[in-house]
Design a protein around this ligand. Structure first.
Ligand SMILES: [Zn+2]
Length: 172
């Protein structure tokens, strides 16, 4: 297993539409293990494959409250098949360091996905877990959380992040 570097906005891989997984092979299994270790090390609650540089439709969600903090579940080719209600709550992202914003999301969702054994499953979620799922599935569609804000807020954050990325590049 390995801890992978987490890609930061405006890295191009974060803007791509990720490719569906057709076969769950050793490469996919290893990627999921590495994503788990990476999320745990970063103390994240969810992670999408593109954040680790691989443009494939895989997300993982941390199961907080469990005895083992490293426990997570993986969702391969996840798709939202039902969304209900609305909730405004604060979000951050491991690929957008030091920025948080209130984002409007569905309160309750149902997701269909494949597990590691390629079995088709469904998951219903509400509140924080529903929010994490929607945030991570957005990553598979090349969307970052601040792109769901009003245009003024979105442009302001983008300008600041691009400025910071340029500053960091010229400093290293
Ligand atoms: Zn994120």
């Amino acid at each position: 297993m390995a801890i992978l570097p987490i890609r930061q906005y405006p890295d191009h891989v974060l803007k791509k539409n990720a490719v569906p997984v057709e076969h769950i092979d050793l490469e996919v299994e290893k990627l999921i293990e590495d994503m788990g270790e990476t999320m745990c090390a970063a103390k994240g609650v969810g992670l999408a494959a593109p954040q680790t540089g691989t443009s494939r439709r895989i997300i993982i969600i941390g199961m907080s409250g469990q005895e083992k903090p490293e426990q997570f579940i993986e969702l391969i080719n996840p798709q939202i098949i039902m969304a209900e209600g609305e909730e405004l709550a604060e979000e951050g992202c491991l690929s957008v360091a030091d920025y948080k914003a209130k984002v409007r999301r569905a309160l309750k969702i149902k997701v269909s996905y494949h597990d590691k054994q390629a079995i088709q499953r469904e998951m219903e979620a509400e509140g924080i877990i529903a929010r994490i799922l929607q945030h991570e599935i957005d990553h598979l569609n090349g969307l970052l959380f601040f792109e769901r804000l009003s245009r003024i807020k979105r442009d302001l954050i983008k300008r600041r992040l691009i400025k910071r990325a340029k500053h960091n590049n010229s400093a290293s």
